[in-house]
Design a protein around this ligand. Structure first.
Ligand code: ATP
Length: 400
């Protein structure tokens, strides 16, 4: 329990934040809608005066017919310098260049010596992880209905393609960073690890993201291509959407590689697409264009195709663009995990939170093995968000 003095300090801080927001044209409510490692996110309202000054904000909120925003308050005075000097500017830059489309919009920013305030578009329906779990409970079946998974995944692919097209790799794609707005559209958020790249094939070395969603080349401390690493995470997200579970469950990055290689999965309708993304060799992964045009992504044609193939007694997933590319790219090497046709596992019915990233000690030991790189690493446990209390109700991540 918090001591009286701590509660009093929190109350004073909050009142300061209310005042600072008001001076900048926003009414800060006491409703906290989320928190990160160095931030708290509150529901706020844009004042009429603000709407008159800020065209971007006004045109968006008018179309939504409300004045609500999400105000992310970052305690820059308390955050490590690396975060405020490197990751926060990257997040702001990424939000600005990916403006519009299916990403969270940054309407405005104000700051002082203690804090930075990001006024963001509000995504009022929570995140994809919560949505998958709530839907699984309602249906009494793990995962989303296939049609819904397809609709959402197409939006996610489109959002990621938009980022890549403007030279941004997200590097922390996971269900918790995909929010849903009031109309049920996805909103990609948390660009704290995002980075820009200018050369198509330039390689990065920073260990980013959550272990459960992290591409094997990053887990193996190799230099990696950010776009291809995002593709791996997309494969994990799609798997999570259709099965209600994570494909690979392991907290320790170095053990995760072993788990990935051992992967064994139930047969899925979109298995071939997942296979195309979860390829151990980055170059063997499907490109975003191939993902977007994969037959599973095209509802009408895929339905007809599936019906015709089934009526001919052929499993519809037995051939595809992805498989051709993957096999061509990897020669005789057998696919990892989902690619092991015929291998089946029984599935547990609940989705684990992906927040098993960077457990205390886990990443630390792994980081020690990383080669020195121009980009130093974000602090392990301290630099990452604790799971929200509402997420702790989910089946926990597996024991270390
Ligand atoms: N625009 C938004 N609309 C609604 N909720 C939001 C919004 N932005 C953030 N949140 C909520 O606040 C939480 C924390 O936000 P965010 O992930 O941006 O913080 P962070 O400091 O980058 O976190 P992390 O430590 O995971 O990097 C999110 O998981 C989400 O639940």
């Amino acid at each position: 329990m918090k001591s009286f003095s701590k509660r009093e300090a929190d109350r004073r801080t909050f009142l300061e934040q209310v005042r600072e927001s008001k001076e900048n044209g926003y009414l800060l409510s006491s409703k906290k809608i989320g928190s990160g490692a160095f931030s708290k996110v509150y529901l706020g309202y844009a004042t009429q005066e603000k709407m008159m000054q800020n065209y971007k904000l006004a045109s968006d909120l008018r179309s939504k017919r409300h004045s609500m925003v999400a105000i992310k308050i970052i305690s820059t005075a308390e955050a490590p310098a690396e975060y405020t000097k490197k990751f926060l500017p990257r997040e702001i830059y990424s939000l600005n260049v990916t403006y519009k489309h299916l990403n969270i919009q940054l309407y405005e920013m104000y700051r002082n010596s203690k804090r930075t305030y990001l006024v963001l578009e509000l995504a009022s329906r929570g995140d994809l992880l919560e949505h998958i779990n709530a839907t699984s409970d309602r249906r009494e079946l793990p995962g989303l209905e296939e049609e819904e998974a397809r609709r959402l995944f197409r939006q996610i692919v489109s959002a990621v393609a938009h980022c890549h097209n403007v030279g941004i790799v997200h590097r922390d794609l996971k269900c918790e960073n995909i929010l849903l707005d009031e109309r049920g559209f996805i909103k990609l958020t948390d660009f704290g690890f995002a980075n820009r790249y200018s050369l198509k094939n330039s390689l990065m070395s920073t260990f980013c993201g959550s272990v459960a969603y992290t591409a094997p080349e990053i887990l193996m401390s190799k230099k990696y291509n950010g776009e291809l690493a995002d593709l791996w995470s997309l494969g994990v997200i799609l798997y999570a959407m259709v099965t209600g579970k994570l494909p690979f469950k392991e907290r320790q990055p170095h053990k995760m590689i072993h788990v990935i290689k051992q992967g064994c999965f139930p047969r899925l309708e979109c298995q071939n697409l997942i296979e195309g993304l979860l390829q151990l060799k980055p170059a063997a992964r499907l490109g975003l264009q191939q993902v977007a045009t994969h037959r599973w992504m095209l509802p009408a044609t895929s339905a007809i195709f599936h019906r015709v193939m089934s009526s001919m007694g052929v499993h519809p997933e037995c051939s595809s663009v992805g498989q051709e590319k993957s096999q061509a790219a990897q020669g005789a090497e057998k696919p990892v995990g989902p690619g092991r046709r015929g291998s089946r596992c029984s599935a547990s019915s609940r989705f684990h939170s992906g927040d098993s990233r960077f457990p205390p000690g886990g990443l630390g030991s792994c980081l020690a093995q990383l080669p020195p790189s121009p980009e130093s690493l974000r602090a392990p446990a301290a630099g990452r968000r604790e799971p929200e209390s509402h997420k702790q109700g989910l089946e926990g991540a597996p024991p270390p």
